[in-house]
Design a protein around this ligand. Sequence first.
Ligand SMILES: [Zn+2]
Length: 299
Amino acid sequence: MDWLFALIMVWNSLTAAADAEAKAEALRLEQALRLETAYYAENTAPAVLGEAFALMPETVHQGDAVFVRSQEGGELSWNGKVYKLEPFGTGYYALLPVPTDLKPGTYKLGGKPLTVKAKTFETDRLTVTKEQQSMWQNTERINADQKKINKARSSSAPAPYYKEPFVVPTEGRLSTPYGYTRYVNGVFNGSHRAIDLAAPTGTPVKATNAGKVVLAEELYLTGNSIYIDHGLNLFSQYAHLSKLSVKPGDEVRVGDVIGEVGSTGFSTGPHLHFTFWIGNDPTNPDLFFGKTPFRWAAK
Ligand SMILES: [Zn+2]
């Protein structure tokens, strides 16, 4: 009965291989779950990770953002754009912008209701010299810069560089909050979708969180500017700096000094113009300070 013995041997080795594969898969899952859970607040991780589709948070204001976790990969349609869900840990993630002018109401997102609440944005009136005002007419330079900026924000790491909460990038007085409707010399200049922190020239500017520098150079309107990719399509922007201390490709940690406050470009005094971008859409910095999008689930 040699053939039977041989068959049993083959069978045993096959089941052992399958067993080893199953064990390796279980270990891989466990490690991915550990990695992912570490990004959450202890009390929210089980609820979010147990859901097929989770919105963090489920209620937002105009100008905010929403972080999505899905058990399945693919794409999400939101407000006329398509967003890719990136694999991270045991789930798939996407960060979605909520424009300042999005109509308040309840929207369906991946079968879940997302409530968008209205927000009042104040008006900011700025008086500048004729010379400064004329800067906005140089559309050739403005458009050339925009191309560079869009290119820098065209790709992002598929996993977050950060784990710690985001920090306020400089010590200063909040001179213009997020979302102010701005008039320059009485002319509508759009919505100021950033915060301005007034501080003396030379005040250190820190990286709001870990990431990779994707742009660090002098631009026409925003002066010496830095963009940092934080992964998952999130970028931070620092403008009007007097000094740049990083270059494209540099990896930074949270709180690393990347430059100094200044008044370069279109600016009326030393301040840091700071904001976050989800791809090419700006989003409210206040959502990030002291947190990360993984912590937006906490009520
Ligand atoms: Zn500003």
